[in-house]
Design a protein around this ligand. Structure first.
Ligand code: ATP
Length: 515
């Protein structure tokens, strides 16, 4: 077996040549048309963005290009030759790799085992040579600049390192076309910068990327070409330099460029409003002695990188962690620590950071998931009448513009962004007085993001208190003030009107000198 990290030169398509071509792709799921006569040509060595609203068909197209889904019609070609048959998984694995938001590595195997799964090096016949495997794994990770110990269990890796290991695994198989499906949705800003440096380095080494993201700034930063899908159809393909932001948004939404996103500047002061959240010298495993307040009708941002403790603090407010010291009061009453149920009863609505693991029950329908927190309100004696639940779900689907065939559709059949909207719907369903949101618009398309942020605005005018833990500037901008956490403590407070530069600097713990 060849364990060398670099594939033979013949595997590399000449730059600029069509490496992947799909024509006339139509894919239906029952009554849903996910792709309707879609085409795409991805040239060797380019980073090609694939954008569109939630449910536009992006992930479905990636699955077709990866041989994971058979289209109802259409053709896929690699380097000019017809794609292999779907049954020939090995042939697909050598041509294309997908890095999804849900990792495809095995948490209870080491990094080295994951890298060579199914192709372990052997000595003396069938005996696996662990030493050779570890050495080869180290060589692969060194070659692709992935600073990870090959002996650790993959389940202990950060999201960032998991993605890099997945990419390195594909590269070591000789794959030179990688589809990244919303790779930045669960990364903080410094991890995103590191991912982009990796992509640029790989780009120079001849790797071709198909890149899905709802963050259009990222498209302009790392991609050369962009393809827009809308309502399952191909809309345009153009060099990013020829598609200014406003036109790109117009192509995505099918509407003329809209006004700027909601911001907090201009909202009346909340200084006299009652305190809805009081956090007093709260400590936990990843934060120390944090004190803050949020008033009714006020939105407070809690900004910080992954290790800053901001997410854990938000989770403590929702009863997900038991703090090790300090107190929380909601609407003036002490909150029973470490009980999600108590937080819900106290009036806290919560959108967790990771919808795949904490947000949804995959086997249940849109209606069941959205109404899970309010079953007792939809019928007598806690019994849910299907009619009441359906009516509630229909209202929610319309309110949040969820793309679903109806209330009975299982959530697993929704696109990623629409699943996130169901999580938000569930948080809002309890009519909470306090909304705690972690990265609420992760995975949400540009138009829905504005709609969701205006839901936050509506919640504020209704007198709810909102705490948004995030490092996305667009999400923080809707806040009346932003508290920044760095390495477990609160370091800075920014009133509305901060500049991007100031905010990024304090999130990253950098002091700006004012000369
Ligand atoms: N397995 C499935 N069964 C039924 N419908 C599906 C399935 N997978 C996707 N769909 C539907 O196909 C359409 C396209 O979904 P897809 O996941 O490709 O969208 P997307 O553009 O990737 O969206 P997002 O940005 O939200 O991730 C959606 O309406 C979705 O509900």
């Amino acid at each position: 077996m060849d364990l060398s990290a670099t594939p033979p030169p013949s595997d590399r398509a000449a730059p600029g040549r069509p490496l992947v071509e799909a024509h006339g792709i139509t894919k239906r799921f029952g009554p849903t048309v996910a792709l309707d006569d879609v085409r795409i040509t991805i040239r060797a060595g380019e980073s090609h963005a694939l954008v569109g609203r939630n449910g536009a068909g992006k992930s479905t197209l990636v699955s077709v290009l990866a041989g994971l889904l058979r289209p109802n019609s259409g053709t896929v070609r690699f380097d000019g030759a017809p794609a292999p048959s779907l049954a020939d998984r090995g042939a697909w694995h050598r041509r294309v790799a997908c890095v999804h938001q849900k990792p495809t590595i095995f948490g209870d195997l080491t990094v080295a085992e994951n890298l060579f799964l199914g192709r372990y090096p052997t000595t003396f016949g069938p005996v696996i040579s662990w030493r050779r495997m570890r050495r080869a794994a180290r060589q692969v990770l060194d070659e692709w600049h992935v600073p990870v110990d090959v002996n650790v269990l993959a389940g202990r890796l950060s999201v960032e390192d998991t993605q890099l290991v997945e990419i390195a695994r594909s590269l070591s198989r000789g794959v030179r076309f990688i589809a990244l499906d919303e790779p930045t949705a669960r990364l903080d800003s410094s991890a995103i910068d590191r991912l982009f440096s990796h992509m640029r380095r790989l780009d120079r080494a001849g790797v071709t990327f198909l890149y899905i993201s709802h963050h259009l700034e990222e498209i302009y930063e790392v991609c050369q070409v962009v393809t827009v899908l809308r309502d399952a159809r191909w809309i345009t393909t153009a060099p990013v330099g020829e598609l200014p932001r406003a036109r790109l948004i117009a192509e995505i939404t099918g509407e003329p460029a809209a006004a700027a996103a909601a911001g907090s500047v201009g909202r009346p002061s909340k200084a006299d409003a009652p305190l809805a959240v009081e956090v007093d010298r709260l400590s936990g495993p990843s934060f120390r002695e944090v004190s803050l307040t949020v008033r009714a009708g006020e939105a407070v941002g809690l900004a910080g990188l992954a290790g800053s403790g901001s997410h854990q603090l938000a989770e403590a407010l929702a009863g997900l962690h038991r703090p090790t010291g300090g107190r929380i009061r909601i609407l003036g009453r002490p909150l029973e620590p470490g009980s999600a149920w108590a937080a819900l009863r106290a009036g806290v609505g919560f959108v967790p950071r990771d919808r795949h693991y904490e947000g949804l029950v995959p086997d249940l329908s849109v209606a069941e998931n959205a109404s899970m927190t309010i079953t007792d309100r939809l019928g007598p004696l806690g019994m849910i009448t299907p009619k009441a639940r359906d009516a509630f779900a229909r209202r929610t689907i319309a309110d949040l513009d969820i793309k679903a065939t109806g209330p009975a559709q299982p959530v697993t059949r929704l696109s990623g962004g629409n699943q996130q909207k169901v999580v938000l719907a569930r948080a809002l369903a309890t009519d909470p007085k306090v909304l705690v949101l972690i990265n609420p618009t992760a995975g949400i398309d540009v138009k829905s993001r504005r709609a969701l942020l205006s839901v936050v605005d509506r919640a504020l005018t209704e007198g709810r208190a909102v705490l948004i833990a995030s490092d996305q500037l667009e999400e923080l901008r809707v806040c009346d003030r932003v508290l920044v956490m760095f390495k477990g403590t609160l370091t800075t407070e920014h009133a509305a009107g901060w500049t991007d530069h100031e905010m990024v600097a304090s999130i990253e713990g950098v002091t700006l000198s004012h000369e």
